[in-house]
Design a protein around this ligand. Structure first.
Ligand SMILES: [Zn+2]
Length: 62
């Protein structure tokens, strides 16, 4: 599991809402991670590691 302080999500680039990290455990290929904006529903693709998906979220272009 993720330890506290490990996740540093920036706010949504579209609406400045809070991004939240979700874990999809239903994938047959193992856990997948997605960041979804709680305000507008904007989301990243599913990625294999939380580091990757957080990096993608934090650097995504508007
Ligand atoms: Zn948003």
């Amino acid at each position: 599991m993720l330890s506290k302080g490990e996740v540093k999500l920036l706010n949504c680039p579209f609406c400045s809402g809070a991004g939240k990290l979700y874990i999809n455990k239903e994938s047959r290929f193992g856990d997948k991670y997605t960041v979804i904006c709680e305000e507008c529903g904007s989301r990243t693709p599913d990625l294999i590691t939380p580091e990757e998906v957080i990096e993608l979220w934090n650097t995504r272009k508007i």
